[in-house]
Design a protein around this ligand. Structure first.
Ligand code: ATP
Length: 137
């Protein structure tokens, strides 16, 4: 089943010089293709649209502040079962609970600074692609 997903390499990944490594891991998966890629600093409006479901939660404000603290790499990745596959490659939200070999398991410690976002369903992917790449909607 060919799908597309929206991936963000968060400001911690850019600051720590890990984007090349993470992009390589994605590129090496057979049949997955990066079809859009941009380095961009996110504004409040974009972050509100993206993380709106978390508004009101205690971690929302620090999360938005962190996500605006430096550039992110936004990508569309297309391929076979790429939504489930990228969530597996990223690992669970809490990097300490993430298995070694996953991106968060290998490089992360802090829940907020967990390196990568990947859409969690086809509906989220379509919604998020439109937010970050409106011309690909
Ligand atoms: N308890 C928490 N404390 C601090 N930050 C959190 C917490 N829970 C979630 N976050 C941050 O908010 C982001 C979005 O939370 P969500 O529950 O959607 O996790 P996720 O689906 O693993 O992450 P993402 O949507 O970024 O792929 C997380 O990736 C993390 O950066």
């Amino acid at each position: 089943m060919t799908q597309r997903t929206l991936v963000l390499l968060k400001p911690d990944a850019v600051r720590r010089g890990l984007t090349g490594e993470i992009i390589s891991r994605i590129e090496r998966k057979a049949g997955w293709t990066i079809t859009a890629l941009e380095l961009r600093t996110l504004d409040q409006d974009t972050l509100e649209q993206h993380y709106g479901e978390h508004k009101g939660k205690p971690f929302y404000e620090p999360l938005v502040e962190f996500m605006a603290s430096g550039p992110v790499v936004a990508m569309i990745v297309e391929g076979e079962r790429v939504i489930e596959g990228l969530r597996a490659l990223a690992g669970p939200t809490d990097p300490i609970a993430a298995a070694p070999g996953s991106i968060r398991g290998d490089y992360g410690v802090i829940v907020r600074e967990n390196l990568i976002h990947a859409s969690d369903s086809e509906e989220s992917a379509e919604r998020e692609v439109k937010i970050f790449f409106p011309d690909r909607g």
